[in-house]
Design a protein around this ligand. Sequence first.
Ligand code: IMO
Ligand code: MG
Length: 430
Amino acid sequence: MTACTSVVGLQWGDEAKGKIVDLLTPDHDLVVRYNGGPNAGHTVVCNGKSFKLSLIPTGILRPKVQAVIGNGVVVYPPRFLDECDGLRANGIEVGSNLLLSDRAHVILPYHLEEEALRESAEGRSIGTTGRGIGPCYQDKAGRHLAIRVGELLDADHLRHRLREIVPIKNRLLTALSPQAKTFDPDRLADEYIALGQALRPHVTDTVRLLHDAYAKGRRILFEAAQGTLLDVDHGTFPYVTSSNSSTTGIWSGCGFPARRLTRIVGVIKAYSTRVGQGPFPTELHDEIGEHIRQTGREYGTVTGRPRRCGWFDAVAVKHAVMVSGADELAIMLLDVLSELDEIRICVAYEYDGRQIEHFPAFAHQLEKCKPIYETLPGWKRDISGCRTLAELPAQARRYLDRLSAILGLPISIVSIGPDREQTIFCGCCD
Ligand code: IMO
Ligand code: MG
């Protein structure tokens, strides 16, 4: 069977999916993004250089790999082109090896303005990345005011659409705040017609492309942005992103049947982090949380915000395993816990005076959940040089065994540092 692999985050994003995608890319011919947009931040170390990619699939760093941005992604053209330039400046070829769906939706400057106004208004703030993601997906679902990448290539059509849309957007923006920035339709049309020309060499029907590639036996790797707990349907709504960041997004976000997947790798950190607002039962507000933040360099790649840190939440991750259909686990950043005396795993919640083992559907319920922990001894030893499971201290192996047993999945990869070499392949899923 042709290899079709999915790499998906099982927490609130930032699980170091980029490293796993990079490790698995040599076994694949195409690497595909299917959700999100420039809110993602994927760091990959390649030839001693560290690359930070936001919109472009990390597969671009490997020669002979076809990088694809599917229809489920929202694209901010200036960001896309900046990333292309940054890659070229570092000697990475960017041409027809990077293809972009004509059906992907376009983030326009009024989306950024709308998001800034909504996030600073009184009431609910989600703590977004401020990249226009939510307003763009809102227009996609709303249909009347949306623009897709393919439309940027037809100058007359685009100008006509923007003359219809922009006055409505201006009225909506000034209704949100009298100080809102407003936009001139023709200036925006000039700008986006030019951006469309710059994107043109990359734009194609990626649905057909993927199906043709599959028919020829090409191996496809699907790279998720964010994590399953940020999925708009299955995450901690409303403190989520606006796309299906679980495996469920593949089918709609690429027009590619998810039943063809042969391997779903669920990526988890050995602890938990989240950025922005929203419930986080195992969050640590003490010196252990601060230690994890400093040791794990837990600051956002996109916004630089300090990430909230806490113990591993097996209740939340079990829910994510179920939704994303993970077959195996990649455990990241295990080395970050090396100096701790003891390590905790949340195995249930106390809610409303009783013990629950399921993940509640509502944020206001999750806010009230108190974690019930299982405590394991730490290993108090540097493990960043270990290359086999046998080299890990017994306490670290015990921690991994407990995670695997609680989540009911084998662990195929353990990462103990950012470099490619700092990886233990467990040999269970080859
Ligand atoms: P990667 O791909 C971590 C979070 C934001 C906010 C919420 C909604 O690096 O794992 P949005 O801008 O998407 O509307 O913000 O989702 N968020 C992420 N957190 N990693 C990400 O991506 C994220 N992308 C969005 O912090 O809480
Ligand atoms: Mg990130």
